[in-house]
Design a protein. Sequence first.
Length: 335
Amino acid sequence: MKLLVTGGAGFIGSAFVRLVLGGDAHTVVNLDKLTYAGNLENLASVEGNPGYRFVRGDCADHGLLDQVMDEGKPDAIVHFAAESHVDRSILSPQPVFDSNLGGSFGMLEAARRHGISRYVHVSTDEVYGSIDEPHEADENYPLRASSPYSASKAGSDLLALSYHTTYKLPIMVTRASNNYGPYQFPEKLIPLMISNALEDKPLPIYGDGMQVRDWLYVDDHCRAILAVLENGRPGEVYNIGGTCSLPNLTVVRQILAGTGKPESLMKTVTDRPGHDRRYALTSGKVMRETGWSPLVPFEQGMRETIDWYREHQDWVRRVKTGAYRDYYERNYAGR
Ligand code: NAD
Ligand code: DAU
């Protein structure tokens, strides 16, 4: 298939592009706005691949999308592009709504105008909100988004599914749990804690640190998305979890052990407003229907991730620019 991938210069999108171009079944046009989170260094290994082309642009730019669709005539769309960080969505909701709702609307409209044979809308388990023990969300669980980020993702999920119901577009929605791995922007828990630990800086723990997330290695997530793209049923939602639920404190302690740094680096800070206590989901449907299951155990994924950040401190230095420092100050000062 000729794939139009959006947000392919980000963390998960770039892993997906590298995965897909590692085989010879698909070609890729990568449409990315290159926000603070988009980084073409993440795609150095596919530059020059004859099956790959990059277009810089915004998913909310309908004129540009017509041009991209006319030129590339893609068979399928995999829509990753989004403002993806909860803390930033709390500080500045506007870009979140512009990209996550406006950008998703732009892509759906482009698919409607030009026709498409498969469309994966990449979403998140955060749309289910906080889930009390011992429950787990299946795909029919109510949407109870807590943050501007998760509300924008829930809204865009519903919009995407409405394009299947109303216009018969072949849309599939995936909802994954927390990803980790190489090339993740150091604003999210795991890369922030690893990079701060390597620099002997404090590790900011929100509240009591007992919030629970289900950790999924990024390459496992990308294999699941490819499986849904190739074998999922239009109009369906697929949860994708790592089957690895851990409290944040356990994750951070593992990072300190893996980097050889003392626990005294941990610093409790004021909690995130509206912080979801626990995410938990079942992934039986995607396993049954596509044969996917996660392959990378957390200990192995974490070891590889710590090694990657240790060996790519230049990459980390380049993304921790002045703008990063401004964000860090806004989010963490006086907390
Ligand atoms: P990221 O922030 O690392 O990358 C987002 C990419 O999208 C960047 O390259 C950015 O430049 C691009 N982008 C943003 N707005 C755009 C726009 N309007 N037009 C074109 N490009 C735009 O994000 P990520 O962590 O790789 O997440 C990718 C997707 O996966 C998102 O939809 C996110 O909601 C979803 N998701 C993420 C996680 C996670 O743990 N990171 C888990 C589940 C689902
Ligand atoms: O669940 C999937 C979601 O996971 C994705 O949709 C989002 O794009 C992704 O950002 C992620 O959201 P979270 O809010 O769960 O991830 P984050 O890495 O920001 O935080 C993970 C946990 O760690 C959460 O309980 C908040 C806590 N935390 C985070 C940071 C950045 C801290 O205690 N300190 C921190 O400095």
